[in-house]
Design a binder for this molecule. Structure first.
Ligand code: FE2
Length: 360
C-alpha cells in the first residue's frame, strides 16, 4: 500500500475528515504535554479518547488495554503521536482490534483490519511511521511484530515537535536514523529503491547534523525529520542488520537507549566486515559488497563515525562483571537477525566486538 507523507500538523483535521472518522483513539506518550502541536490536536472538533497507559518499552498487556479501550469506546481510527513506542503501540492496537479478545492476540494470525492509522512522529529517529514493524515485550522478551497492514497509510511530519526534544534524546534518535540508513545500504536485502532512500537519509543527516544538534536550527530539524523517515522507508524494505541485532541486549543490560546502543555496535561491525570480506554472504558477491562499502565510505567512514560518537559524547557502557556480561551479550544475539548482514559473523567475532564496546 502506498503511504502518504503529509507536512505539518495542520493536515490532520482534513485527513480525519477524508477518512470519515467519527471517533479516534489518540495514542500518545509522555512527551505530549510538552509539544506545541498539542494545542492544535486538543482543539480539533472530532471526538477522541486518549490512551497513554504504556511505557517506553511497551508491554503486551499495555497494548491489550488499548485494544479494549478502542473497542469499548467505539473508535474507528487511531492517531499515534509520539516516539517509536507510541507508534508501535498504535500499530499493534490496529492489528489486534478485531481479534478474539479471549485468546492471546500474538497467536491468532494477522490480517488487515482496515482500521485507519495516522502516525505523527515526535522524535527524528526510528522511522516507525513508515515501517511494517512494531516491537513490544511479552513475558519479558522482545517481540517483533511484522505485517504489511500496520505500516501507517498516513504519516504527518511536523518538525516543531523537535524543539522540546532533550539534547541526549536528539543525539540518540538521530544516530538510530543514521545507523538504519547505513545498515539498510549494506543489507543483503537492499534494492535500487531502498538504496536510494539510504543514500538520501545518510547524506541529509551528515549535512544537517551540526546545525540540528549544536544550533537547534529549525530548517535542519525539518531535514533530519525527513531523513529519519527516508531511513525508515529503507529498512521497511531491507530490515536492519548486525549492529541492531547486537544492540538489543546492550539496551536491556545497561539501559542504553536504542540509538545509543546501535551506534556503539555499528563502527565495530563495519571494521570487522572490511577485514573479512571473504565471508561475504550477499548473493551479489564480495566485489559488489566492496563497492557498496566504498560508496558509503565516500560519505562517512567507520573511523569518522567513531570520531562522531566521541564528539557527541556517547559513552561506552561500563561492566560490573565484565567476562560474564560479555557471554550474556554474545548468547543473546538472535542468529536469524544476523542473516541480513552481508558478512557472516561467527561468535568469536561477535565476542571480540563486544570486548571493544564494553569498558573494563
Ligand atoms: Fe533502530
Amino acid at each position: 500500500m502506498e503511504q502518504r507523507i503529509l507536512s505539518g500538523i495542520g493536515c490532520l483535521e482534513a485527513a480525519l475528515k477524508e477518512l470519515g472518522t467519527r471517533k479516534y483513539l489518540l495514542v500518545r506518550d509522555s512527551s505530549y504535554p510538552y509539544l506545541s502541536i498539542r494545542n492544535y490536536i486538543d482543539a480539533l472538533p472530532a471526538p477522541h479518547v486518549v490512551f497513554d497507559g504504556f511505557s517506553s518499552n511497551p508491554l503486551y498487556e499495555d497494548v491489550c488495554k488499548g485494544v479494549a479501550l478502542f473497542n469499548r469506546e467505539g473508535c474507528d481510527t487511531i492517531v499515534a503521536v509520539g516516539g517509536g513506542s507510541a507508534i508501535d503501540v498504535g500499530k499493534c492496537i490496529k492489528l489486534f482490534s478485531k481479534m478474539e479478545p479471549e485468546q492471546n492476540f500474538l497467536f491468532q494470525g494477522y490480517k488487515d483490519t482496515g482500521v485507519p492509522l495516522i502516525a505523527v512522529p515526535t522524535t527524528a529517529g526510528t522511522g516507525s511511521e513508515s515501517t511494517r514493524y512494531a516491537v513490544i515485550y511479552y513475558q519479558g522478551k522482545k517481540q517483533s511484530i511484522t505485517h504489511d497492514s500496520i505500516r501507517p497509510p498516513i504519516a504527518i511530519l511536523d518538525s516543531s515537535v523537535l524543539k522540546t526534544l532533550p539534547l541526549y534524546q536528539k543525539k540518540c534518535t538521530m544516530l538510530d536514523a543514521l545507523c538504519q540508513g547505513i545498515e539498510s545500504w549494506w543489507s543483503v536485502n537492499s534494492t535500487q529503491e531502498s538504496k536510494g532512500y539510504s543514500r538520501l537519509a545518510v547524506e541529509t543527516i551528515l549535512e544537517n547534523m551540526d546545525a540540528y544538534i549544536r544550533d537547534n536550527d529549525e530548517k535542519a530539524a525539518e531535514k533530519i525529520l525527513l531523513a529519519a523517515n527516508f531511513a525508515g522507508r529503507a529498512i521497511n524494505i531491507t530490515q536492519t542488520t548486525a549492529p541492531h541485532a547486537m544492540s538489543y541486549k546492550l539496551t536491556s543490560l545497561y539501559g542504553l537507549p536504542h540509538g545509543h546502543a546501535v551506534a556503539m555496535c555499528l563502527p565495530e561491525v563495519w571494521e570487522y566486515m572490511l577485514g573479512h570480506l571473504e565471508r561475504c554472504v550477499d548473493r551479489r558477491g564480495p566485489a559488489y559488497l566492496k563497492a557498496v562499502l566504498d560508496e558509503i565510505a565516500e560519505r562517512i567512514t567507520y573511523e569518522r563515525f567513531q570520531k562522531l560518537l566521541d564528539q557527541l559524547e556517547m559513552r561506552r557502557p561500563a561492566a560490573k562483571g565484565r567476562e560474564q556480561e560479555i557471554e550474556i551479550l554474545v548468547d543473546a544475539v538472535n542468529p536469524v537477525r544476523l542473516n541480513n548482514n552481508p558478512v557472516a559473523l561467527p561468535s568469536d567475532g561477535i565476542r571480540s566486538m563486544y570486548e571493544r564496546i564494553v569498558l573494563k
